[in-house]
Design a protein around this ligand. Structure first.
Ligand SMILES: *Cc1c(COP(=O)(O)O)cnc(C)c1O
Length: 422
């Protein structure tokens, strides 16, 4: 359901150039049909009695996306008290929200608890303190199975050096804390990071987790986290969800049989659900031939889409304004005043200044990681849903940049934001 190569229609027949005309570039556009497709794919991949998919909302937190997720039947995985509040605002029942923070204070966890959400604890110190204070409030425990999933150190969180989770080698101490506080453990969890290409490795982690789980008699769910990889490049490897689903299903059902009860199988995907639904449209300001490079400089930068600079992420780039014609090799760069490269050596149909380029896979960790660096406004967001395009976030304004700033009276205050000669 790509933007089609010849006429660049979004899946609902909406022309992105019209959207850029109406809302101006740079512009984020999300296609709900793709989110729905991914959700149903995941839902159908597992053949278990009880399955719950919790959307890891840090990937894309627009409240309309959260409402769409809720409407489809997803729960919510949150990593901050603010995400939790957004989830409540979007109408999620507290019991359908799980709070999975890392290195947050006991106070923040207590605040989450006061809303009645599921609490996932990822270190022994907090486990001990929480258990002492609230032995009657059931918790989930995040286990680190020490597997190195994924190809990128910045997004791999399950290995031995990682700050996430409680090592499965510490199980004896976990049990000691649980027994001495009398706290209840209702869930066991792992999340080993993004971009798992190796299903075998993930299954090794799952086996370790199930081994831990059998030590806790009062479980309601086992949460295998996420990390499903989606394609970014043409012919990219991606997690084979159907194969993965089959193999986890076997293990999980066998586990439940031995455990003596059916538990809920949980996952918490972010990228898998929203990455491919997003497109980021930018306008080319300058085409610049230097001695060694042909640059296309666009009206955006790492302030709006940081993944290429931060993770070396590849985002496919096409020239939406010029679908046909000769291709040339470009380095696409942003307007931020430091090295700000979106893509090197990209074959793109010949670009003229003013053309609209589209970045693919702009649903996950794109807008949600955007900043105001260089004092630029964050872009608008549009949701295409059932044949209509809706503005779901306005482009920022000067007011937004100044909001919260305290302008002191101790400095001479001569201010205008109007051009001098207007
Ligand atoms: C970020 C995160 C996820 C989502 O990871 P994806 O690779 O986007 O699917 C899931 N669980 C936790 C705890 C996370 O922090």
């Amino acid at each position: 359901m790509e933007i089609q190569n010849s006429q660049y229609q979004l899946s609902d027949g909406i022309n992105p150039l019209d959207l850029c005309e109406q809302y101006d570039a740079p512009l984020y556009v999300y296609d709900s049909a793709i989110i729905q497709r991914q959700f149903h794919r995941l839902n159908n991949a597992f053949n278990v009695k009880d399955l719950k998919i919790n959307y890891a909302c840090k990937a894309l937190t627009n409240v309309n996306i959260l409402r769409l997720m809720r409407q489809m039947g997803a729960g919510l995985d949150t990593v901050s008290i603010q995400e939790l509040k957004l989830g409540l605002r979007a109408g999620f029942e507290p019991q359908n929200i799980i709070f999975t923070p890392n290195c947050v204070s006991l106070e923040e966890i207590e605040q989450a608890k006061s809303y009645g959400v599921k609490i996932n604890i990822d270190n022994l110190s907090i486990l001990e303190q929480f258990g002492d204070k609230y032995p009657d409030y059931p918790v989930c425990i995040r286990i680190n199975p020490h597997i190195m999933a994924g190809g990128n150190a910045k997004i791999s969180v399950g290995h031995i050096d990682s700050k996430f989770g409680i090592s499965f080698h510490q199980l004896p101490h976990v049990k000691r804390i649980v027994e001495s506080t009398g706290m209840q453990v209702e869930g066991i969890h792992m999340h080993t990071g993004s971009d798992i290409y190796d299903v075998e490795l993930f299954l090794n982690g799952a086996d370790i987790l199930l081994n831990v789980a059998k030590e806790f008699p009062d479980l309601k769910y086992i949460d295998f986290g996420s990390g499903f990889k989606v394609p970014y490049k043409p012919n990219d490897i991606s997690t084979d969800i159907e194969e993965f689903g089959q193999r986890i299903t076997e293990r999980f059902n066998t586990f439940c049989q031995n455990y003596g009860r059916d538990l809920t199988l949980m996952f918490e995907p972010g990228k898998f659900l929203v990455s491919e639904s997003g497109y980021f449209f930018v306008k080319v300001n300058v085409v610049k031939q230097t001695i060694s490079n042909l640059f296309a400089g666009v009206d955006s930068g790492l302030n709006h889409l940081i993944r290429p600079m931060f993770y070396d992420a590849y985002h496919k780039i096409v020239n939406v304004s010029r679908p046909e014609g000769r291709k040339r090799i470009y380095t696409v760069v942003g307007y931020v005043c430091e090295t700000d490269t979106f893509g090197i050596n990209r074959k793109i149909t010949e670009i003229q200044e003013g053309d609209i380029l589209c970045f693919y896979n702009a649903g996950a960790y794109c807008f949600s990681m955007a900043s105001n660096y260089n004092s630029r406004y964050r872009p608008a967001e549009v949701l295409v849903h059932e044949g209509k395009a809706y503005l779901i976030r306005e482009r920022e304004t000067m007011e937004d940049l100044l909001r919260g700033q305290v302008e002191l009276g101790i400095f001479e205050k001569i201010s205008t934001t109007e051009p001098v000669n207007s």
